[in-house]
Design a protein around this ligand. Sequence first.
Ligand code: 8YV
Length: 318
Amino acid sequence: MKVLVTARLPEEVLGRITRCHQVQIHGEDLPMKRQTLLESVAEVDGLLCTITDRIDRELLDRAPRLKIIANNGVGFDHIDLEEADVRAIWVTNTPGVLTRATADLTFALILASARRVVEGDRMVRAGGFTFWAPLKFLGTEVSGKTLGIVGMGRIGRAVAKRAAGFEMRVLYGGRSRLAPEAERELNVSFASFDDLLSESDFVSLHVPLGPQTRHLIGARELSKMKPSAVLINTARGPVVDEKALVEALRSGSIGAAGLDVFENEPQLCPGLADLDNVVLLPHMGSATIETRTRMAEMACENLLAGLAGKRPPNCINR
Ligand code: 8YV
């Protein structure tokens, strides 16, 4: 069958697909151009894609033979699931394997933002470390503080486990409440959204992007946070109203932010990069060799199952 793989993946993984199917690979690191993508799907039976490919009705209309869309990632807000359902196309993702890596990076951002790690690095490189003084480069302590986790799914829970090592008090909010045993085991307390915002020293976002979570954090929510609070986003950029965030960081209405994702990725909201109290990363939550390899393997297994007419292991269609 014909397969389109829209990004470079580990050779061993690609080999498993090329052994049994006719594969077109977009072998560059730059994402596929929209027009090229639209033209390349005309005859494909299987598509292995990433977050940079918009899989919408226009694309699906051009891919009449498509049987499976295997996404190389867990979030699938770039795929029109309803349109795929209508056409009986399997859609799959890669849950679980990136939980630890993303939770680790969340903590990297918490620590970097609170302790001004990137600012310090920039100063040393620029030759600015000319003396030590007791009141220079003071950040805010992480240990013992309150962490508010918005969205207690797999990644939110993994972040809570790491917070225990820092002896943090953990509040959480979101659509659903954990069972009492799970709350006890993780040592977390359910809070209303507004209480979480006003009581937390760190607010970390772990919700998927959808109509209910777009701009979940806007001017109103930022104004509820402590002036010293740090906002962390390793979920999806549009969960935060970036313009309102720049304003809050500029005016001191919150203390700092650590962002791995952006509202209009890869573009940055004007003013964001001029601020010292923000750490900016290029959407690298799952970017470890181990995790990215496992994600590619999973996407490949899903793809091969779908092409063989079997329900893929990580199918997200209704
Ligand atoms: C991926 C992510 O790197 O899995 C996700 O949802 O955001 C990242 O871990 C990205 O989606 C690759 O397609």
